[in-house]
Design a protein around this ligand. Structure first.
Ligand code: 291
Ligand code: CA
Length: 160
């Protein structure tokens, strides 16, 4: 059986094999589930899981590592998801980079798939593109966003 609690996220993968009953219907034989322990390095909100490994690196490095793990950089689409991200930032006392940049077009922040952002939580006065060099987005401990140089090193936070 698949279940989930606040500390554990259970993912239903697939039914691998089927039993073909003579009276004509298909029944799954083996179904796989796995659980992700989401505490303390993770947060579950809706059907999204945010997880950090504690690793720190620049934007390209973090982006690549999330992809390699089968996820992507944290990309909050509402206040609840942003609060989950904030809790990780507070716990680790380190800011994270989001999967949001304005690399393509200055001032137009987009998700990594090119979609314009549907939610933002900028700190007052941000984004300011300080010295014309800030195309990535970091999250402060207060949950607010600051545009920041993509070359800075931040805590990795992936979503799955
Ligand atoms: C200031 C603001 C931010 C800016 C940041 C970076 C700091 O915040 O102007 O908009 O993104 O500086 O320029 O970069 C370095 N290297 O320190 C400072 C912190 C609250
Ligand atoms: Ca800034």
């Amino acid at each position: 059986a698949c279940y989930s609690s606040s500390l554990q996220f259970t993912v239903f993968i697939e039914c691998k094999d089927y039993l073909w009953f003579s009276y004509g219907h298909l029944s799954p034989l083996f179904c796989y589930c796995f659980s992700v322990a989401a505490f303390p390095g993770g947060q579950i909100v809706g059907n999204k899981v945010f997880i950090t490994s504690g690793y720190e690196g620049n934007f390209d490095d973090l982006k690549q590592r999330c992809l390699q793990a089968g996820g992507q950089l944290a990309s909050p689409r509402n206040a609840a998801e942003n609060t989950a991200i904030q809790q990780i930032v507070v716990l680790y006392k380190k800011s994270v980079f989001l999967g949001i940049t304005d690399i393509q077009s200055e001032g137009k922040f987009k998700y990594l798939n090119g979609e314009a952002i549907v939610y933002s939580n900028w700190q007052q006065g941000e984004p300011n593109d300080e010295k014309g060099r800030e195309n990535c987005v970091e999250v402060y401990g207060n949950g607010k966003w600051n545009d920041r140089s993509c070359g800075e090193k931040k805590l990795i936070l992936c979503e799955f």
